[in-house]
Design a protein around this ligand. Sequence first.
Ligand code: MG
Ligand code: ZN
Length: 368
Amino acid sequence: MALAILMLSCNYEGSRPKLAEKSDTKSKKPLNIILLIGDGMGLSQLSSSFYFKVGHPNFARFKTIGLINVTSANLKITDSAAGATSFASGIKTYNGAIGVDMNKEPIENIVELLSKENYQTGLIATSSITHATPAAFYAHVASRDWEEQIAEQMSSSPIDFFAGGGLKFFQNRQDGKNMLKLLENKGFDIHTDSLVQKIDKSKRHGFILGEEDMPKMIEGRGDFLMKSTQIALSYFEDNNSPFFLMVEGSQIDWAGHDNEADYLITELLDFDQMLGSVLDYAEKEGNTLVVVTADHETGGFTLSGKITGQNSKGEHEHDYNVIVPTFSTTGHSAALIPVLAFGPQSSQFSGFYQNSDIYNKIRIALDK
Ligand code: MG
Ligand code: ZN
């Protein structure tokens, strides 16, 4: 798809009412927490939804906006493992760490903390469910590369619902163990074919729908991200206790590494679609805090004007009415990262702060 030539006027402002927040959002505590992570989603990635989406970006529905510094404990530029651990456990640690501190000691995560208080917990990703971002919410290992160990730790975690790829880390493993059996022994229904709308509310559920990664949007992933999120929300709702749900748009990052704008923008718009259904839910229920952020920016992505030629001084001339997405690196960058929040206690999330404060602010919002 030729996104670079898709020209849309930026007329979302004022044409749609802002999401209605109840007037008591400052004092009321949220019941549920939904944390949405766009891996590699910096401000330019988020901005692309304002130029390349046909219709209104759901990002535009937020009123509370903050910025986080995403450095890790050992490097100025974080990776997804240290970044996710900062969100999950409230500490800065070294790049590559999954749920462990600088001494490689396990540190309690938000899933473990809340499950002790009878919260239901869920994780959804468009990567393998053993990939760094979701892993930091249930595993504790010294290296993100140890995906068989990470898969094994799912069986001892309190997670009630998960969806993503990664079948090869659960079965046909190098160590010969069958983790699917172990998960079933722990009360999981494991689904490996497709998403199922009607699921047994008395069981835990794992959807593992790819050998490793889920397909790219441009290769036919369809509405997996939104559908699995909706299935999780209805599962939690029917079970009638509060929940914590983390949903990751994993491949925004990979598209940035690949410097592929069409890949990036289609992943970003998929994230925006899922975001819309989450906001619809939170708006209807009025008891759910939604926090959207990213672990870091990937690709040094920018929305530049099209270069049309050179003037006599050798400077570029531009057509500022044609956006050409460009990249400056195949790695991550150090840019500050936006945070968007909606619902009870969302005002906690405005201002400048550290990635690890996302965890602290969720605890403050819940008064836990
Ligand atoms: Mg990730
Ligand atoms: Zn990355």
